[in-house]
Ligand binder design. Structure first.
Ligand SMILES: CC(C)(COP(=O)(O)OP(=O)(O)OC[C@H]1O[C@@H](n2cnc3c(N)ncnc32)[C@H](O)[C@@H]1OP(=O)(O)O)[C@@H](O)C(=O)NCCC(=O)NCCS
Length: 283
């Protein structure tokens, strides 16, 4: 438990539920996801879901979630509207960074779409890794789903993936807003092992999937170009249809050259005006 003046940062408890629901009611026009994940987060002993109390009242939240060796994901930062612009988010973030550092984590990563929060994260040294555009392709009937390679085959795809046009725009990580992992041969094998990798014809195009938020197939990275990538992008739309899902959502770094292949395969921008960033801080 960390205290500074009358501020207390302590674990969130099941009994905090009503206050957390109240605190998040006016965040994102009532669409905050925290009430939906509250029970999971409170029950997850591997992560640290924290409340900030001021004068005995919970006014802030944050969570640190270890998700890969050396990496901790920072999420759920919230300050009650009644208590904004008093440095409370900064105090919570600094405490989280100190805690991750003490635990010997090498890096903290996070995703945000809030430009106010971007100022905060950049001011403590976070570097922007990804500036993501969301693309959407609706389900379509009639074709074959893409193939899932074996883990051994997936590892061998790595040299081609690493040489793929635009791969440098990923800055070495998946565009996964649940936890951006390092892109590597081992990561391709892990994705294949868990059924989350798809390959196009001849292994010349590759899609890494992430856990979806909605009723869709969610893609966190793409490699390849031209005909084989277009076939893979269509195959994902066929797979969405075969699985009874609405669409395929692809998060891709801004200016990525696959944009042309996405357009040619019936995908559109889903967030032309939004901001979606992934940041990292070396600890
Ligand atoms: C973003 C949020 C956590 C900031 O909380 P806060 O306690 O008001 O932030 P702080 O007072 O600690 O401010 C820290 C820095 O954030 C930035 N900031 C915060 N609110 C801002 C605003 N309204 N406009 C511009 N910059 C802002 C500033 O850089 C500020 O530093 P400064 O005061 O030295 O200029 C809060 O507004 C919130 O809960 N928003 C909704 C949920 C959300 O978007 N969370 C982040 C998702 S990752």
């Amino acid at each position: 438990m960390a205290t500074a003046g009358e501020l207390t940062i302590r674990p969130v408890r099941p009994a905090d539920r009503d206050r957390v629901v109240e605190l998040t009611k006016d965040i994102w026009n009532g669409h905050d996801y925290i009430p939906a994940v509250f029970d999971d987060w409170v029950g997850d002993a591997a992560s640290s879901f924290q409340a900030l109390e001021v004068d005995g009242e919970v006014v802030g939240l944050q969570r640190l979630r270890p998700y890969a060796p050396g990496l901790v994901w920072y999420e759920g930062l919230r300050i009650a509207t009644s208590h904004r612009r008093r440095g409370l988010a900064r105090a919570m973030l600094e405490s989280a960074i100190a805690e991750a550092h003490e635990q010997g984590r090498g890096e903290m990563r996070l995703a945000t779409g809030n430009l106010d929060a971007v100022h905060l994260f950049e001011s403590v040294g976070f570097q922007r890794l990804l500036d993501v555009r969301w693309w959407r392709g609706l389900r379509v009937e009639g074709g074959e789903s893409a193939r899932i390679p074996s883990p051994a085959e997936a590892e061998k795809l790595w040299p081609a993936v690493a040489a793929s046009p635009g791969i440098e725009l990923f800055h070495g990580v998946m565009a996964d807003f649940n936890g951006a992992r390092d892109l590597s041969a081992a990561e391709l094998a892990r994705l294949a092992e868990t059924g989350m990798l798809r390959v196009g014809p001849g292994g010349r195009a590759v899609a890494g999937l992430r856990r979806p938020w909605g009723n869709n197939i969610a893609v966190g990275f793409l490699a390849g170009a031209g005909g084989s990538l277009r076939e893979l992008l269509m195959a994902l739309r066929f797979e969405a249809d075969a699985d009874g899902l609405d669409d395929v959502v692809v998060s891709l770094p801004r200016e990525h050259p696959a944009a042309d292949d996405l357009l040619a395969s019936g995908y559109d921008f889903a967030n032309a005006d939004d901001h979606s960033y992934i940041y990292a801080l070396k600890l």
